[in-house]
Design a protein around this ligand. Structure first.
Ligand code: GDG
Length: 470
């Protein structure tokens, strides 16, 4: 079996003490690398005044980890800049806060070049190279420039935006062209893959050759939808760990005579937290008889705090939760409990299990792993109900959830009322179908289907001269 080299911006292997970092990508990659011998390469999370290219090598929980420090300017222009102020908002349909700053684009190219130069000596001839996410789109191009001939795959964890949004990005063509230096490009859903195809066919005269291949810029790339999953078996196991059980008991004690609604999200404007709070407020107004029977717990660990938009949403959520509690609280009850702390994974499992409703309402989300974790953690005899945004990639394959438009407080309110009053029989029926799929389409099957496709591609039909020339 070939060695696997996984590359992602941040490298956060499991620490083994339950204190894993927050973020879907880290969760998934830690699980993916457990099975393969190989290397996980990325940014150390540290900066130096000048770039040195010095590699830090270590071995953590059976995974060889190689990291490099970046220069301070890289942090500003590449990470906080192009990645998190340009591509993240644009790909999540937030044109209004997308920054198109030329220095960000230059920093992005520079950081990708530096990653390529540092990674190059670690790559052996038979290695498969699997590059992750929007921070690193041009990495294969830079590695090819340095002579790397290995098979290289790219997986995009976030949505691919509609054509008309994509073209608002200066130098969008160069960014897309860089994707054709991969052998395989994976998206979370068929919808994102279609949006990519639409860009390529209408903007740069590319063409689809067959079910799995697209040609443009004189090259052919294999493409596919590879919906990411969670480590469902592990989640079902940790839900009965001592710490998960204790957390469950604590939550149950705090919600005697009440049902808990839970949301768990990195504090990010794409997650629809404001709209969710407004939907919950609507529910309180519309359902006076259910009002005192519920408690809404929102866990939202802080992220990307040096980006202004994240500070702004934090301030707005503080105000909104205060307003709702101010309006509805009683001497023995606060409707909203809003916390910005990070919890251990086993504690989260206990919280999910204690919640009658999992409220997952992003405005846009590549997949959303919380929806799947919530399902994995439920008690089969008395499961809760998942309320899920139609704009999460997860909604494609989780139709037994109550699907809502997160922009509509009325839809959120109605779904909450329905979830809270749903008979056990219906809850079990819906949960069973969701659970079976979450277990089948887990992180292992995601990893294996991507790596197998990368290792062993079917031969594409020959591209037409027209497509190859464009
Ligand atoms: C990106 C894409 C895609 C949250 N709070 C705590 C905590 N978390 C964990 C959750 C979950 C992960 O963070 C969040 O994953 P999501 O998938 O919901 O979202 P993103 O971080 O935006 O991930 C997303 C994903 O990549 C994978 O491809 O699904 O669409 O945006 O695992 O449990 N974990 C701990 N404490 C917390 O307080 N330990």
């Amino acid at each position: 079996m070939s060695r696997l080299i996984v590359v992602s911006n941040r490298v956060t292997p499991p620490s083994g003490d339950g204190e894993e970092s927050v973020g879907g990508l880290a969760m998934a990659l830690a699980a993916a690398l457990r099975e393969y011998s190989g290397i996980w390469f990325g940014w150390s999370g540290r900066t130096t005044p000048e770039f040195t290219g010095h590699l830090h090598m270590s071995r953590v929980q059976g995974v060889t980890v190689a990291t490099v420090d970046l220069e301070e300017a890289d942090l500003e222009e590449y990470y906080n800049g192009y990645a998190n102020k340009t591509l993240w908002p644009l790909f999540h349909y937030r044109l209004d806060i997308t920054a198109y700053d030329r220095s960000f684009g230059e920093g992005y190219e520079r950081a990708n070049r530096r990653f390529a130069e540092t990674l190059r000596p670690l790559i052996e001839p038979d290695d498969l190279v699997w590059i992750h996410d929007y921070h690193l789109i041009p990495l294969a191009r830079e590695l090819r420039r340095l002579g790397v001939k290995n098979r290289m795959g790219f997986f995009l964890h976030i949505p691919w935006p509609a054509h008309q949004l994509m073209v608002t990005l200066p130098r969008h063509r160069q960014l897309v062209q860089a994707m054709f230096d991969y052998d395989l490009v994976g998206f979370q859903t068929d919808g994102y893959l279609q949006a990519f195809e639409e860009y390529v066919t209408s903007e740069v005269d590319g063409m689809r050759l067959d079910d799995e291949h697209i040609a443009a810029f004189g090259k052919t790339v294999r493409v596919g939808a590879f919906p990411i999953g969670v480590d469902a078996a592990d989640f079902s196991r940790i839900v009965s760990s001592p710490r998960a059980l204790r957390t469950y008991d604590v939550m149950a004690a705090h919600t005697v005579f009440r049902k808990m609604i839970v949301g768990v999200d990195r504090l990010d404007y794409s997650k629809g937290l404001e709209e969710r709070f407004l939907g919950f407020e609507r529910f309180l107004v519309d359902n006076p008889e259910l009002r005192r029977e519920v408690l809404f717990l929102q866990i939202a660990p802080l992220s990307r705090e040096s980006v202004d938009a994240y500070q702004e949403i934090r301030a707005r959520l503080d105000a909104l939760s205060g307003r709702i509690n101010g309006e509805f609280a009683d001497i023995d009850w606060n409707p909203v409990r809003y916390v910005n702390k990070t919890y251990r994974r086993d504690e989260l499992a206990g919280v999910y299990r204690a919640a009658r409703v999992g409220l997952v309402t992003p405005l846009r989300d590549g997949m959303n792993l919380v929806a799947k974790e919530y399902i994995a953690a439920q008690n089969p005899e008395d499961p809760g109900v998942l309320v899920l945004s139609r704009f999460a990639g997860a909604a494609d394959r989780m139709r037994e959830a109550l699907i809502v438009n997160p922009n509509s407080p009325e839809e959120i309110s109605e779904a909450l009322a329905r979830a809270l009053t749903m008979e056990r029989e219906e809850r079990i029926r819906r949960w069973r179908a969701l659970f079976d799929r979450v277990c089948r389409e887990d992180v292992e099957s995601w990893r294996d289907s991507f790596v197998n496709a990368l290792a062993d591609p079917p031969r594409p039909k020959a591209a037409t001269p027209q497509a190859l020339a464009s």
